[in-house]
Design a protein around this ligand. Sequence first.
Ligand code: PMP
Length: 306
Amino acid sequence: MFENRTVYLEGAFIPASEAVLPIMSHSVGRGSSIFDVLSFGRTKEGRAIFRLDEHVARFLRSALALEMAVPLAAAELQEAIKETVRRNTLQAGAIKIVGFYPDPSFSLLPPGKPLHLAIFVFDPVEDFGERPLAENEGVTAFVSRWRRLDPRTVPIEAKAAANYLNGIVARTEAKNLGFDYAIMLDLEGNIAEGGTESIFLVRQGRLLTPNIGNILQGITRKSILAAAEGIGIETFSGSLKEELLGDADEIFFAGTIHPVLPVSRVGNRTLPGAPGPVTQQLSARMQEIASGRAPGFQNWLFSVCK
Ligand code: PMP
């Protein structure tokens, strides 16, 4: 149960049930919290966090983009995250780092103070009732009428709670129409990403994904591109027209919680045989890497053992 997990809050370790935020805080009222989500799992050497350095760096970049001050340096933040995992018995799951402003406020401007920090460890299914997905189970998706936030409106590379209104409306629309996930286009009508997922297409054996610029710099996205090249799959990052969704042999979402999430239907189009061979190959490869069974990828894993 989530309430029983141990949480890092401002340098102390406390029960999750005590990690609460005042309703009038700036972060509740204006969505001014930043966060990052990581995953950890079992390896031969004990529990390890996937690409801890990259996630911490992205969290710090989120803060920088929004002129927020983080009270810990990268190495201190990495250690606090590892220690939070050590203090919990969960063997595999997710980690969320949150930077927030707890002080009551009515102002639009955030308080000119450093962020407060909390770190949670959880199992999305057990703790928050997320739908469990069997290995290789496909999901349905729908091209949303809501366009991906444009980088000229807000710094979209910041993982700020307020930016997620975009994904919320898109995913809600998809759900209301009977689909699991949303695919968002950018303002030019090119494929961007899901609400909280990067997207990949496979066409004639090539792996295609939108370029960074109008999307979040997904760490899974970057990892899959490198992993694919390592096993001889040709990759392309660039502008992808919406029509490609009707043409692609395979489509999958990518993100920390479900590294490779096959799409079995987009709108009216069923993708026969999903997950296709490239999706399956990459899914297996990502599992090998995350569990420490792939030589050459050890520097992506950060053991929590002392
Ligand atoms: N796009 C968006 C908008 C996201 O919120 C996420 C989740 N962080 C992703 C893509 C996937 O990123 P990652 O692989 O780093 O989890």
